[in-house]
Design a protein around this ligand. Sequence first.
Ligand code: TYD
Length: 211
Amino acid sequence: MSVNCGGKFIVFEGCDGVGKSTQVKLLAEKLSDLGQKVCVTREPGGTEAGEKIRDLLKETRKIDPICEVLLMFAARRDHFVKLILPKIQDGYFVICDRFYYSSLVYQGILKQVSVGDIMRLKQMTVGDFEPDLTIILDLDVDISIERVKMRCNFDEYDEMSRIRYSTVREGFCKVSAAFPFCTTLINADGSPGAVFSKILKTIRQHLNVSV
Ligand code: TYD
């Protein structure tokens, strides 16, 4: 499946609490101010079915990892077909909070689902489609945990486990090293403005966009 139609697909990845949603918002505002068409979305979610799957994942305790990865890719397929692809074809910048690298890290590295199975699901659901740029935000684990604690959102996703956070952080670093041409690892320790400046620099370098 090849997509070459003017729009751009930019993904933000990283551990919970690294500041993805702040940076997604800043980038969307910047691109809109420049007159670009922008669509902000997230995974799991982004469509009616995707958001229902997100709720189901959050509400269901102790879900089997295989079941979890299948649900993530079911949500992803719906998101890809109904939102990501049509928006890109319509010339939008689609800015997405997480994509399939999260499955490689959370279900693959953290929960030991095989990478081969995950990549087969990736191929089945989105084919060869890849983001134009994936920005991986990297931050000290203790700072991430403190930020998540401040949100007071203690559901299954925000469980305080330092080992889990470290594994996820290392996982994203491994993914970044494995896909050096389509990912950029950015140190997210700093003010939102300082981190955003680094993101804009990366976008100028990788996407040939004047931001
Ligand atoms: P996120 O939106 O960052 O969390 P929050 O609701 O706290 O803002 O991500 C939701 C959770 O989903 C996050 O802990 C990572 C997890 N996730 C996976 O396990 N696999 C995936 O493929 C994706 C996209 C997310």
